[in-house]
Write a protein that binds this ligand. Structure first.
Ligand code: ATP
Ligand code: MG
Length: 600
């Protein structure tokens, strides 16, 4: 049995000044974690105990479909060069040199390492499918580490990788992961949703994220309350209402109009008395094209101008735009770059007169037009001249583009994209706890993994990769269950299931009753923490409310009548219980919770 008086549980009254989200505040206040550096944390006793419980669940479920490995966290440069990601990973990769000057990196993910094993060991279709996983530390030099454990530079991931002989096999491995992930998150007590996600730079076909809705999250999810469609805004789309086109003026060709001071969409709409949907918005970016480094030489990274055009009432989704042009990063165009590419000032940029490159990210300007502008006519656009706009602008007739793509973010209230569904989409914030992904041939191909098929012919195995953020499960659980006094974890992942709080250790009867009850609870298979500190009851109750343990038994004055108080943290309610029935009741509650979790 664990006695609080002997443990190190450094609870705090105040949260760190920079903590904005509940999980960050409470993980520190409850003594789970302490910060060592930006995005780098020490996990103390309670934190590690909870993470170990999460890992236990993940391992138990993963063992049903996969084999556990443990790979190094420190990798030679060569293996990352074989896939092209030594440069591709950019500044997110921690790099170091050994004493001989050789380049190494800290592992941010393990596709390359797993593929290198497959390449040297797998020879025949008879050995497939294989699913290999590990639970291990990952290092990512995130540009904006934040929110406590939610986005850190060192974290624990369960990552698995599947190798199959064909697409049907990959579908099966993917579906196995989908099912196991649902079990894992359910057992961890998370209210999660599975959403369609962007497969972007990883180069695969199908990708699904597991999300927990919380305002503390950094992802936006569009979902349909009618049919259940759900997608990350980086991937999701919507059905737009039909727009009434304006009548052309004059000869119907683009005509400059003086629009003094109308730099903003709202001003332009007001000036022309049009809906922003009939105004073409321009967002100008510089996009990073990754160079490459190989034995044949080095091509440096380069930046290229990109003009994105879309409806005035739409917003650019930068992930979609990066995917469309194949950029590794984006930044806003500066004034001197605007002058170079457009010859016009911000607020009055437009597509007419530009000379789009034939291919994205070449020497000149890449022009990307959102799909929703295709087929439109008689629109208003900036004239690339201060205080002037053009009207009667018709895409295709008056200007061309490098490519047309879906680059807009879905807005709340737009139509569900699913055929025959009339639902309206809602948009909410969420945090990603897991991600499953059909990689395809990217790594097996580039790294030369081959097996013989049933006809003795050499073929490339097809791969999937699948991740779960262990710390993200803990933070998401806290985000979904907290109040002003602290948080409560599901019994399955709490550091302890139940605590026994002896209100006055100076009272021999209370002390004895508490000790015996804690021992009995433990004998019944529950994970018990006995608060045997010489503290005032008020201090103990405050700490108990803070530290995430779902059940508590207060042993106080009523012990003389053979009664104790059972407090359920989730509801902040308490009931008096006969001492003799306490163990059975707590067990029952915990089991009910687990059943509830399993039936979600
Ligand atoms: P994000 O979009 O949040 O950066 P990601 O797409 O980079 O996540 P993956 O590479 O798919 O994430 O990693 C698998 C899982 O690892 C994620 O689903 C998430 O739970 C977790 N994870 C990723 N990055 C971090 C991080 N910096 N800190 C904590 N957990 C992380
Ligand atoms: Mg990331």
């Amino acid at each position: 049995m664990h006695r609080w008086s002997k443990l190190f549980i450094p609870t705090l009254r105040e949260a760190p000044a920079d903590a904005e989200v509940a999980s960050h505040k409470f993980l520190v206040r409850a003594g789970y974690i302490r910060q060592l550096g930006a995005g780098i944390y020490n996990y103390l006793f309670l934190g590690q105990r909870s993470l170990n419980k999460i890992i236990g669940i993940v391992r138990e479920e993963m063992d049903q479909i996969a084999q556990e490995f443990y790979l190094p966290a420190i990798h030679p440069r060569e293996v990352w060069e074989q896939s092209g990601r030594w440069t591709g990973m950019g500044d997110n990769m921690f790099r170091l040199k050994d004493r001989k000057g050789a380049d190494l990196c800290l592992g941010m993910t393990h596709e390359e390492i797993m593929t290198s094993i497959a390449r040297s060991e797998l020879r025949s279709y008879k050995q497939l499918p294989q699913i290999w996983y590990q639970i291990q530390t990952k290092f990512r030099d995130e540009p904006r580490p934040k929110a406590g454990l939610m986005r850190v530079r060192q974290f624990t991931m369960k990552d698995s990788y599947s190798f199959d002989i064909d697409k049907a096999g990959l579908d099966k491995s993917f579906d196995l992961h989908d099912a196991v992930y649902r079990k894992i998150f359910t057992r961890c007590g998370l209210k999660f949703v599975a959403v369609e996600a962007d497969s972007g730079s990883m180069g695969g076909s199908q990708s699904q994220e597991f999300m927990v809705y919380t305002d503390a999250g950094e992802d936006l999810i569009a979902s349909c309350p009618v049919c259940g469609y759900a997608a990350n805004l980086e991937k999701g789309t919507s059905r737009l209402d039909a727009v009434t086109e304006m009548e052309p003026t004059g000869d119907g060709m683009p005509e400059p109009v003086s629009t003094p001071g109308c730099g903003a969409i709202a001003d332009v709409a007001e000036f022309f008395k049009i809906s922003p949907a009939s105004d073409i918005k321009c967002v100008a970016y510089m996009a990073l094209k990754r160079g490459s480094a190989s034995k044949d030489g080095v091509t440096p990274d380069t930046w290229h101008g990109v003009a994105a055009f879309l409806r005035g009432d739409h917003q650019v989704n930068e992930t979609k735009l990066m995917g469309a042009v194949g950029a590794a990063d984006l930044r806003t165009m500066q004034a001197e770059e605007l002058a170079q590419y457009f010859n016009g000032p911000a607020g009055f940029l437009g597509p007419v007169g530009l000379k789009p490159d034939a291919k994205p990210l070449e020497a000149g300007l890449t022009v990307v037009v959102d799909k929703s502008l295709e087929g439109r006519k008689n629109l208003v656009a900036g004239a690339n001249q201060l205080d002037y706009h053009l009207r009667n602008v018709t895409p295709g007739r008056d200007f061309g583009w490098t490519l047309a793509a879906d680059i807009r973010s879905v807005n709340e209230g737009e139509g569900c994209p699913v055929d025959a569904c009339n639902g309206k989409l809602t948009v909410g914030k969420a945090v990603e706890v897991g991600h499953i992904f059909k990689l395809g041939y990217k790594y097996s191909e580039s790294m030369g993994a081959r097996v013989l098929d049933v006809n003795g012919k050499e073929v490339t195995p097809i791969m999937g990769s699948y991740g779960i953020g262990i710390e993200r499960i803990l933070t998401a659980a806290i985000e979904q269950s907290n109040d002003k006094n602290g948080f409560w974890l599901p019994a399955t992942i709490a550091p302890f299931t139940v605590m026994v709080t002896v209100t006055n250790m100076g009272d021999a009867l209370l002390k004895e009753t508490g000790e015996k009850l804690a021992a009995d609870l433990e004998a019944a298979g529950l994970d018990v923490l006995l608060d045997d500190r010489d503290e005032r009851a008020g201090v103990k109750f405050k700490d108990a409310d803070l530290v995430g343990i779902p059940y508590r038994i207060n042993v106080g004055k009523k012990a003389a009548e053979g009664k104790v108080e059972l407090v359920t943290r989730a509801t902040a309610t308490s009931v008096d219980v006969e001492l003799a029935q306490t163990v059975a009741l707590v067990k029952e509650r915990v089991q009910e919770d687990q059943l509830l979790a399993v039936s979600v």
